[in-house]
Design a protein around this ligand. Structure first.
Ligand code: NIG
Ligand code: FE
Length: 385
């Protein structure tokens, strides 16, 4: 195993509380990667010797982004639906069925190539961990297939058979399928189970039954909650001890209290509000109440087709009043908390060497220079990707 010393780091974000501040930021820093792990992080003048060294010339280094919410296993796109939204047609959950039809008709190779393309796009933008959901198959074989394909790209796979009730199917019978044969087929490939709790998708009782069936099979719950209006999703997430309640666009005070007291991570997905022309979630209200916030892309062909965590950070800062430091923490350590991965989202000795080099002097440029491709290199488990 060879070690690599990275020097010339103007700003190193470690997310290690030992280094102080929200981000554990070090200036004039160095980092040692040994094999697949971080071996050392600190001031440049204290850096230990290594087998090789690279001078980053005053760039910034941050932990790789942890994107805790995406739907990458699909075929086709819905560009026309997006265009219609921009002239006033509201987003509705019903559009999911368009992608379901295209996904069922696609071959394994086509779906795998689509995920590969999007994961590559994400890596180029600094993402080192991505959660990937099923949810565009909605039959026993199509959901299992989606999860098998997702598992080729990530350990963070999520069974979302309860995305929407397929056209012409009885809701009660579909819940029986999702909690029975479909769960049997999906569970071997899944870490998580998720439900779209929303008018037009699944109500609280259906969602509770689905999540409890998954929990009984060893899957951990996460929830699509309160995206299109106030509803029971957040309360259900708190009741069941879910890892995250994602979207959180429309919250009552009781919902905010439930998130704060339960420790459920609020996943905020501002690229969706951008692409559906909806109000952004109130991040300040959540942060001020002590809620842990994650930022994620929710990359999908319907409600928002961005794979870019830097874009989400820029939106969170400009539109949701998060500080740049809060936004970066939420896009890295916050995502790791959402995925219950204490080993990820920070650059401390012994953790995977997942990091992103920015062609910028500090992480502030992520929001200050929106839409500029600042990521020059992404390391995954110690290797450039
Ligand atoms: O997270 N809200 C449900 N699912 C996706 C959208 C899926 C789609 O429109 O195809 C979301 O926004
Ligand atoms: Fe989603």
């Amino acid at each position: 195993m060879t070690s690599l010393l990275l020097t010339g780091i103007n700003s190193l974000v470690t997310n290690d509380p030992a280094h102080g501040g929200v981000l554990g930021e070090l200036h004039d820093a160095a980092l040692v990667i040994d094999g697949s792990k971080i071996a050392w992080a600190g001031q440049r003048q204290n850096a230990p010797a290594a087998d090789a060294a690279t001078d980053l010339g005053g760039r910034a280094v941050i932990p790789g982004f942890v994107d805790s919410h995406s739907h990458l296993v699909f075929a086709g796109d819905r560009a026309e639906e997006f265009a219609a939204r921009m002239t006033g047609t509201p987003y509705s959950a019903g559009g999911i069925r368009t992608t379901v039809a295209a996904t069922r008709a696609a071959t394994d190779e086509q779906l795998t190539a689509n995920v590969s393309r999007l994961v590559t796009e994400m890596r180029r933008q600094g993402t080192t961990t991505v959660e990937i959901k099923s949810g565009y198959g909605l039959t026993v074989t199509d959901e299992a297939r989606a999860l098998r394909i997702a598992g080729q790209f990530t350990d963070e796979t999520t069974y979302l058979g309860a995305h929407v009730v397929p056209a012409d199917q009885d809701p009660a019978a579909y819940v029986d399928l999702v909690t029975g044969p479909m769960l049997d087929a999906a569970a071997p490939y899944s870490k998580w189970i998720d439900v779209f709790v929303e008018r037009g998708a699944f109500d609280a009782d259906q969602a509770r039954a689905i999540l409890q069936a998954g929990i009984a099979r060893g899957l951990q719950p996460r929830v699509h909650a309160n995206q299109l209006g106030e509803g029971p999703g957040v309360q259900l997430a708190a009741e069941l001890g879910a890892a995250s309640a994602d979207h959180c666009t429309y919250l009552t005070d009781a919902d905010v209290d439930a998130l704060a007291s339960s420790g459920v991570v609020a996943g905020l997905l501002p690229a969706i509000e951008f692409s559906t022309r909806s109000p952004y979630p109130d991040a300040r209200r959540l942060l001020d109440a002590g809620v842990t916030v994650a930022l994620a892309t929710d990359c999908n062909p319907g409600s928002g087709y961005s794979s870019s965590m830097p874009f989400c950070i820029a939106l969170a800062v400009r539109e949701m009043h998060m500080t740049p430091a809060e936004a970066l923490w939420s896009a890295t350590a916050g995502g790791a908390a959402s995925l219950r991965r204490p080993d990820l989202g920070h650059l401390t000795p012994g953790t995977p060497a997942n990091l992103t080099v920015l062609d910028a002097p500090t992480y502030l440029h992520l929001a200050y220079r929106p839409a500029v491709p600042l990521v020059t290199q992404t390391f995954l488990n110690g290797r450039p990707v």
